[in-house]
Design a protein around this ligand. Structure first.
Ligand code: NDP
Length: 319
């Protein structure tokens, strides 16, 4: 277990992302495909592997991901205090400017909707899924503070904010004695290290925990989409997210394979193990559509990369 930033909340090194839960009818329908039965199997496998943090968002499959996750917790008889449930607000949940963003009104409506869909009395970590330039930050942070004081939310986090925005929010929350920002959820991989320019040092200095999303760059770092991989080139014809610099990607995949060979493991496990070596990382949000993927990704916690591995991986991936 690791502390989530400077808070008293303990989270597992790996956490489970429920972005794949939901039908095909929502805003993110193209990535939300798993139904209740598959979700129950994955949530159980995650719990059995020691994962305690489950992450979703109101916009995933237009709320279906939250419903399915909440139902899985019930179906599996999970004790509420054994799991950390994280969700998010900010994306469009309907037409018009008041059904999106981080205004007090939208946050107050969406927290009720998320609690109803998850069928929970509180959310452990409520995150702003993006930055809202139309709403004063004070209004947003005061709304989140209201939720913490009311007991609807235990902790507050951000996701996909620029460094200056994060720093401004930390400053406002501190000056006004509002609920502190304990975590930032952001994209960070061996093939996407931009975060190291400003956000990583900022989070380290401010003791804010980093929750990494898409640690395999949507499956790319497993090597299966590269030259000679099982699905070579496949990803480009479907959803290419997050975007990848393939020129840098290919030598990196070769190195991941070499390091994996040395440790008798898989490239995806090396990519996750590298993230777990970064001191600013509190938890890595793994995505898995099947239990074999989940088991492989969980196996990354047993890989101990040595100094040579880190130097070699750095040489083919640094900014
Ligand atoms: P990954 O980068 O780990 O990609 C997961 C996908 O890669 C799986 O759905 C699967 O897709 C494939 N995969 C997973 N494990 C393996 C493996 N061992 N070998 C080969 N392929 C594998 O993570 P996600 O992009 O799914 O993101 C994880 C979580 O992060 C989300 O569920 C969500 O909670 C969060 N997130 C947050 C965002 C934000 O804006 N805050 C944005 C994106 C994600 P397939 O079988 O189709 O290849």
């Amino acid at each position: 277990m690791r502390k989530l930033g400077n808070s008293g909340l303990f989270v597992s090194e790996l956490s489970f992302g429920a972005m794949t839960f939901g039908g095909t009818d929502g805003l993110w329908g193209q990535v939300g495909k798993l139904g209740q039965e598959e979700a129950d199997i994955l949530v159980k496998a995650a719990l059995d592997a020691g994962i305690n943090l489950f992450d979703t968002a109101n916009i995933y499959a237009n709320g279906r991901s939250e419903e399915i996750l909440g139902q899985s917790l019930k179906n599996l008889g999970v004790r509420r205090d054994e799991v950390v449930i994280a969700t998010k607000v900010h994306g469009a949940m309907g037409n018009g400017p008041n059904r999106r963003g981080a205004s007090r009104g939208h946050i107050m409506s969406e927290i009720r909707a998320s609690l109803r869909r998850l069928d929970l009395e509180h959310i452990d970590l409520y995150q702003l899924h993006g930055f809202d330039p139309a709403t004063p930050m004070e209004e947003t942070l005061e709304a989140l503070d209201t939720l913490v004081r009311a007991g609807d939310v235990r902790y507050v986090g951000l996701s996909n904010w620029a460094a200056w925005q994060i720093m401004k929010a930390i400053g406002i929350a501190g000056a006004r004695q509002l609920a502190p920002i304990i975590s930032v959820q952001a994209y960070y991989t061996l093939v996407g290290r931009d975060l190291e320019r400003e956000i990583v040092p900022l989070l380290a200095a401010e003791k804010v925990g980093l929750m990494v999303w898409s640690p395999l760059a949507g499956g790319y770092l497993s090597g299966k989409y590269s030259v000679g991989g099982d699905s070579a080139g496949g990803r480009q014809t479907q959803l290419d997210f997050p975007p990848i610099d393939r020129g840098r990607g290919e030598p990196l995949i070769d190195m991941l394979k070499a390091v994996a060979h040395k440790h008798g493991c898989r490239p995806a496990q090396v990519a996750i193990a590298w993230l777990l070596r970064q001191p600013v990382v509190s938890t890595v949000l793994i995505g898995a559509k099947r239990t074999d993927q989940l088991e492989e990704n969980v196996g990354a916690t047993r890989i101990v990369l040595d100094a040579d591995d880190m130097v070699q991986l750095d040489a083919v991936s640094r900014l």
